[in-house]
Design a protein around this ligand. Structure first.
Ligand code: ZN
Length: 282
């Protein structure tokens, strides 16, 4: 069985119905083990209206197999429009078919489902995802999964979201995967003006060996050096100009996300004080 990742409304998705649906009094699967496909008139709201496709439902019940239902992707997407992000996360864990459809990073329809849930049910984030990040990851990394993406630690306060690297990490894992500005310059493998087009974070104190320094994602430094080395001499200026423009736009986006994080924290702080009956500080 294949699942289309386009918005083609003629496509269908074969979905496993959650077990509790099989006990629905409207469907009565146990008392009617040989159900025929429903006619359009028989299809209950909201499934029977709003589409000229006349979707068919095929129920198959047996003690060994879960019931299967076939509905169009369009109808499935319509149902998902009413679900919260957490509902969709849980739905994506029900079966492979759900996961393949909902977690497709390249499907406009799937991305629209997550976007709708985010804007409808979450206060933050309000900004669109940063370039290169899909909606599902954006929602999870900002709201539902505070673990370090590398070691999985979930100690309160032990991880931080680094928008420059689009990752959530603890300090030790970040140190393993980054290199400081001075080390890169000492290696003398890349000019300073090229290094300045690579995102970095300024880290002050904490568990880091150097109090204040710029940390670069090692993989990104290496890929930039590789790209630099591959450029013909005649193309270097153009290549660098493009990187400067891209870097400026990227860091501007990073700043907007940090500003929104700050706003979210501030809103949360004020709300906590209100709940405790304390006036927010001026
Ligand atoms: Zn870690």
């Amino acid at each position: 069985m294949t699942i289309s990742r386009t918005t083609d409304t003629t496509s269908t998705l074969h979905l496993k119905v959650p077990n509790n649906l099989s006990s629905s009094p409207n469907l009565s699967p146990l008392s009617s083990p040989k159900l025929s496909p429903l006619s359009t008139e028989q299809i209950p709201e909201p499934f029977g209206l709003q589409t000229p496709l006349t979707p068919t439902f095929h129920f198959s019940f047996s003690p060994q197999q879960p019931p299967i239902v076939t509905i169009s992707l369009e109808i499935f997407a319509k149902i998902c429009e009413h679900l919260t992000p957490l509902d969709i996360i849980n739905l994506s864990k029900v079966c492979k078919q759900y996961r393949d459809y909902l977690c497709s990073k390249t499907s406009a329809a799937s991305q629209a489902i997550w976007r709708k849930a985010r804007t409808q049910f979450l206060i933050y984030p309000r900004l669109p995802p940063p370039q290169g990040m899909d909606e599902e990851r954006y929602i999870k990394i900002t709201n539902f999964d505070k673990r370090c993406e590398f070691c999985g630690t979930n100690e309160p306060g032990s991880t931080r979201l680094y928008w420059e690297f689009q990752t959530r990490s603890c300090d030790p894992c970040l140190l393993e995967r980054t290199v400081i500005h001075e080390e890169i310059l000492m290696a003398n493998r890349i000019p300073t003006n090229v290094l300045d087009t690579i995102p970095c974070v300024w880290i002050r104190g904490g568990a880091f060996p150097v109090p204040v320094h710029r940390y670069y994602w090692t993989e990104e430094v290496e890929s930039t050096i590789e790209s630099w080395d591959l450029q013909p001499e005649s193309e270097l200026i153009k290549w660098l100009s493009r990187r400067v423009i891209h870097h400026k736009a990227f860091m501007s986006e990073v700043s907007r996300h940090y500003a929104e994080d700050q706003k979210q924290w501030s809103d949360s702080y004020i709300l906590q004080r209100k709940n405790k009956g304390v006036s927010a500080p001026l």
